[in-house]
Write a protein that binds this ligand. Structure first.
Ligand code: FES
Length: 562
């Protein structure tokens, strides 16, 4: 694989109808960039850079990028950095999920369009990693994921703080009148004290752990803190390994096998990870030609207890998991439940890799043993019923046990905007028994924002109400908590069950029976369905393309033609 055999710089030639001329032009223009034949004979490793001033989670990416480049050079490769778009959860409107597929498409196309023999994908914030994995599965060249790593914890009044479980908790306390403006301002400066991704087991941390479990990242790559020496060494090692992957021609589909996804879902349950990971894993699997359904998550959740003590399901933070031995130590504990034959980024099987890993040490309490889990209960459940014929999910570890069997009248919000406008209006007369329904917030309706964990109406929060049943076709942040039914499919904008609810209808949530139902007659629902008019699609651009082709949540919400 070098510049003389069609690999390296001569891959994917620009089309002029004369390949020799194309090669000649490449040499000419690259000589302007200071490259000579010795450089151009090396394997090329592309480095997808998602740093951006709009992405504070990727603030430490420039030195990480340089570390990867150093590793590539040391191993005899030639690094080429290329930019792709960057998605930051808090700075993208209306939601990054609307653009995950755009980033996946852009990354795949840029990999295909350029001469590279392997690619290192630098990501971190929630949607960047799944988008890059989707791209890698489709692009068909060796790929390795490297994340910026989690932030370190902040501190306020002697208490450790972390984004964004504590953001939500303290905001709820503010709404309930328990935290004044001055205190809120102090907290604001401590929630995100360093570069890196949210340091609880939110979507970014979850996806980092799952990527390592999938074998698409080197061991210990998920948890090393952003900006740390360990993080930079991960970068160097990944650069070196990417050159080897290029020479060995080990493509992502050799890692992304059914066994790898089983292992990743097992880890998802043991960390009680973000519900968003369900959508992302299904999307990545689909790209890799692996069939994965909500039933696989339900099946695996029955045999995996919660082992990792990390917010929001536990009390710790990612730096605790890092100190406890990271994902390799967790995998060691989970080994009896894993498929040890899965191939990993190191080129070894998971079993070979784990033979060199020690069990978590006794001084730590973040990773619990299988016989003394943090919770024997299941992390999540898949629900079906006339409100979600194709499925919905509920994060059991974040829900209130007393609400898992609940019947109450519906209060319907037509969109996230409608909810934020009206939810605090006392005229709605909402009681803790009501079921808050949010619709038109699915993949087609609104790009599927993390709006599913609707706030408790202020006047109820002030009375001490902390949780209510909420049902939507939206997503929820991995850092959030509550009895929240998410991802209802088909969504309301596609005429799913949520579209048929009216204020005051009785809704029944029955988690033991895995049901979520609207308690009106079949005939009444059929009549309402006949009157259903879908909302208009956006007029132009990416949003139009997205709405015309996006799949429902149970299918991973990728575009149907990808
Ligand atoms: Fe980037 Fe949380 S906002 S990981």
């Amino acid at each position: 694989m070098n510049g003389t055999n069609g690999g390296g710089i001569y891959r994917n030639l620009t089309s002029y109808g004369d390949p020799e001329f194309s090669r000649f032009l490449r040499r000419a223009f690259l000589s302007a960039a200071g490259y000579d034949p010795q450089d151009l004979g090396r394997p090329i490793v592309g480095i997808a850079d998602t740093s951006s001033d709009f992405n504070p989670c990727h603030r430490d990416m420039p030195p990480l990028r340089e570390a990867v480049k150093r590793g590539v050079l040391q191993a005899g490769g030639l690094p080429f950095v290329f930019p792709t778009c960057s998605l930051h959860e808090i700075l993208v409107s209306p939601t990054t999920m609307l653009y995950r597929n755009l980033l996946a498409m852009e990354t795949e196309e840029m990999i295909r369009a350029h001469p590279m023999d392997a690619v290192v994908l630098l990501g971190g914030c929630d949607k960047t990693v799944p988008a890059q994995l989707m791209a890698a599965a489709s692009a068909g060249i060796p790929a390795l994921s490297v994340v910026t790593g989690p932030m370190r914890c902040g501190e306020w009044k002697g208490e450790r703080l972390g984004a964004c479980t504590d953001c939500r908790r303290l905001w709820a306390a503010h709404r309930a009148g328990k935290l004044d403006e001055a205190e809120l301002a102090e907290v604001e400066r401590q929630l995100c004290p360093t570069g890196g991704t949210c340091m609880v087991m939110g979507t970014a941390s979850t996806m980092a752990c799952l990527t390592e479990a999938l074998g698409m990242m080197l061991p210990y790559g998920a948890t090393a803190p952003s900006g740390s020496g360990d993080r930079l060494r991960q970068g160097v090692q990944s650069g070196r390994r990417a050159v080897e992957l290029a020479l060995q021609r080990l493509n992502p589909t050799q890692f992304l096998t059914p066994a790898a996804f089983e292992n990743a879902i097992t880890v998802l349950m043991a960390i009680s990870g973000s519900t968003n990971a369900i959508i992302h894993l299904i999307a990545v699997a689909r790209r890799a030609g692996v069939t994965l359904s909500l039933d696989d998550f339900e099946r695996i959740s029955t045999r995996v207890p919660l082992l990792v003590d990390c917010k929001p399901a536990g009390a710790g933070y990612m730096e605790d998991l890092y100190k406890a031995g990271g994902v390799p130590a967790l995998l060691k504990v989970l080994e009896p439940l894993l498929d040890r034959s899965a191939l990993c980024a190191t080129g070894k099987t998971l079993g070979e890799q784990l033979s060199a890993v020690a069990p978590p040490e006794s001084w730590q309490s973040t990773i619990r043993p299988l016989d003394r889990p943090l919770s024997q209960g299941r992390s999540l459940v898949v629900l079906r019923g006339n409100l979600a014929k194709k499925g919905a999910v509920l994060k059991l570890s974040a829900a209130s046990p007393g609400l898992l069997q609940h019947r109450g009248p519906a209060v319907v919000f037509e969109s996230p905007e409608d909810a934020s406008r009206r939810i605090d209006d006392p005229a709605l007369g909402i009681t803790p028994e009501h079921v808050l329904v949010l619709r038109n917030a699915g993949p087609v309706g609104a790009g599927m924002p993390e709006a599913g964990s609707l706030p408790i109406p202020r006047y109820l929060a002030e009375q001490g109400v902390k949780d209510m049943v909420r049902i939507s076709d939206a997503r929820m942040s991995g850092t959030a908590f509550g009895t929240v039914v998410l991802h209802c499919a088909p969504e309301a904008a596609r005429g799913g069950g949520l579209a048929l609810v009216t204020d005051g209808d009785l809704i029944q949530l029955d988690v033991p029976r895995r049901r979520v139902d609207l308690l009106v007659s079949d005939q009444e629902r059929a009549e309402r369905k006949a009157r259903f008019v879908p909302p208009p699609l956006p007029e132009r651009g990416w949003q139009r393309l997205h709405c015309e082709h996006v799949l429902q949540a149970d299918q991973g919400s990728d575009l149907d033609f990808l």
